[in-house]
Design a protein. Structure first.
Length: 239
């Protein structure tokens, strides 16, 4: 089948969530997702080392990309301020994996070839998109006061519960929301770090996408507050 005059990759269909999940079982897409996940685990492992180190600049230490797996993430002790551990839970909590799948589809449709620098950039971009999506979900859940996401407690709710379990000082809900915002910031920072290794044009487009993401969220919040669409100018009221 053709898309805009070009042949669609075999098995490529995005008509429903179930179709996306079926697509992820295709060998080429399964291998792609495995590479994206390996890079994400590397990011988490490096973040954990940096988090526990007094020298945050020591980011060149080699870490086995299997050092953090799903089970290790789930089993890690629930400490109050361990944001890399919680980011791992958010990243590997399910979902249709739409962003990396669409990324590979675009790469194939554009004539991208395996084993090239462009493919290496693709893996970085797809991992960065997963991190950016986690950033957006975590902070959006705080803004919307959502209590669950993908059948699990949202990050700010989980952090508030940890605050209560530890008998910590202060308001659990405020603590949970504040730390969840920082969790989103960590995801955003790690996403940007991956993009910094990509081609300059990718970094330029990435920056523009971030601005559009923030602008859209501001428009959503302000529009809800004033009862009308303000997306065209989210930072000021329309007359």
């Amino acid at each position: 089948m053709l898309i805009d005059g070009r042949r669609r990759p075999q098995g490529a269909t995005l008509t429903s969530g179930s179709s996306v999940r079926s697509l992820s079982q295709e060998p080429a897409f399964g291998d792609h997702l495995a590479r994206v996940d390996a890079l994400l685990r590397q990011v988490l492992a490096d973040a954990t080392i940096g988090w526990q180190s007094d020298d945050l600049g020591a980011d060149d230490q080699a870490v086995d990309d299997q050092a953090i797996d799903d089970q290790a993430i789930d089993d890690h002790g629930p400490t109050l301020g361990d944001l890399p551990e919680l980011l791992g839970q958010v990243l590997f909590s399910g979902g249709k994996r739409l962003r990396p799948i669409v990324g590979l589809l675009g790469f194939q449709i554009a004539g991208g070839r395996p084993g090239t620098t462009a493919e290496q950039d693709l893996i970085r971009v797809c991992a960065a998109l997963e991190l950016l999506h986690s950033f957006a979900l975590v902070q959006d859940d705080v803004m919307d006061s959502s209590v669950s996401r993908r059948g699990r407690p949202t990050a700010h709710v989980l952090l508030a519960a940890r605050h209560r379990d530890h008998g910590a000082i202060g308001r659990p809900d405020q603590f949970g929301e504040s730390l969840a915002v920082l969790l989103g910031d960590l995801a955003h920072a790690e996403a940007d770090h991956l993009i910094n290794s990509c081609a300059p044009e990718i970094a330029r487009r990435w920056h523009r996408m971030i601005i559009e993401l923030i602008r859209g969220q501001v428009g959503d919040l302000v529009g809800a507050a004033v009862g009308r669409d303000v997306l065209a100018a989210p930072w000021r009221s329309r007359s």
